[in-house]
Ligand binder design. Structure first.
Ligand SMILES: C[S@@+](CC[C@H](N)C(=O)[O-])C[C@H]1O[C@@H](n2cnc3c(N)ncnc32)[C@H](O)[C@@H]1O
Length: 250
């Protein structure tokens, strides 16, 4: 369990929010546009007519994409008020946003969503088990939970080992079995996220009642790399992972 308080975690995101929102709205966003959106959307499948929950929606970009693709209703939840205010500023008639902690969805009814997504949010949660359990409860039978996360081999810690002239040689993997907090710097802000092993994630999904339908380790094609040269690491190491979970109908 975490030593960092909920308030500290929330204030880290408060400090990150202005740069994050600017980057999402104005930036090239290679990780999302060039790498993760396509497999995330494929894993979500046909969203027309669905009721969708987005856990940790940030400024709402993926909610807007799902609404544009025909979802009937998309609810985006985020703990960080400026993210939600930014999302609400672009809100349409089928998406809605609320400040909420996705580890406690007690304000949502059982079996009230067809699809839930978590786009780089579970690594931010001290208690991802609670989020998994809550999402299972609010999903209808036959509903799916699609989760993009940091790959456990990269969230463990250890950066690139470089030659003296700075050339990337290989990624260091260490402390893999030491689960818990990790401190990083992103956009100039110190922040905390949480590492767990691959077996902890998958075993938790299964223990909470989900079936694992698919597991994707996104990489980039040479054509995509020509468009997004920033993604060169992605042809060498698995930085991200997507879990496709099903709540069975029985
Ligand atoms: C890496 S960002 C991803 C945002 C968005 N899903 C995207 O892909 O652009 C993680 C988001 O999770 C939110 N977050 C962190 N802890 C949370 C919690 N306990 N409940 C709800 N949102 C949380 C942060 O405020 C932040 O907006």
């Amino acid at each position: 369990m975490s030593c960092v308080s909920r308030e500290d975690l929330q204030s880290e995101w408060l400090a990150l929010a202005p740069a994050w929102i600017k980057e999402a709205r104005e930036g090239r966003n290679p990780t999302r546009n060039g790498l993760l959106d396509e497999p995330m959307l494929a894993a979500c499948g046909d969203v027309r007519g669905l009721r969708v929950l987005d856990c940790g929606c940030g400024e709402g970009r993926f909610c807007r994409i799902l609404a544009e693709r025909g979802a009937d209703y998309v609810l985006g939840l985020d703990l960080c008020p400026p993210m939600i205010e930014a999302a609400q500023a672009l809100q349409g008639d089928r998406d809605e946003y609320r400040v909420a902690d996705v580890q406690d969805l007690s304000f949502l009814a059982d079996e009230s969503f067809d699809l839930a997504v978590s786009y780089l949010n579970q690594c931010d949660l001290p208690d991802f088990e609670a989020n998994t359990r809550e999402v299972w409860r609010v999903l209808k039978k036959g509903g799916r939970f699609v989760i993009a996360n940091l790959h456990p081999m990269r969230s463990a810690g250890g950066g690139w080992h470089r030659t003296p002239d700075g050339k990337k040689q290989h990624v260091i993997l260490d402390n893999y079995f030491d689960e818990g907090e990790r401190r990083w710097k992103m956009m100039g802000v110190d922040f905390t996220n949480f590492h767990r092993t691959l077996s902890t994630y998958i075993q938790t999904f299964l223990n909470e009642g989900f079936v694992l339908e698919g597991l994707i380790e996104p990489t980039v094609s040479d054509e995509r790399l020509a468009e997004y040269p920033e993604l060169d690491d992605e042809q060498r190491v698995p930085n991200f992972i997507i879990y496709q979970l099903l709540k069975e109908t029985k």
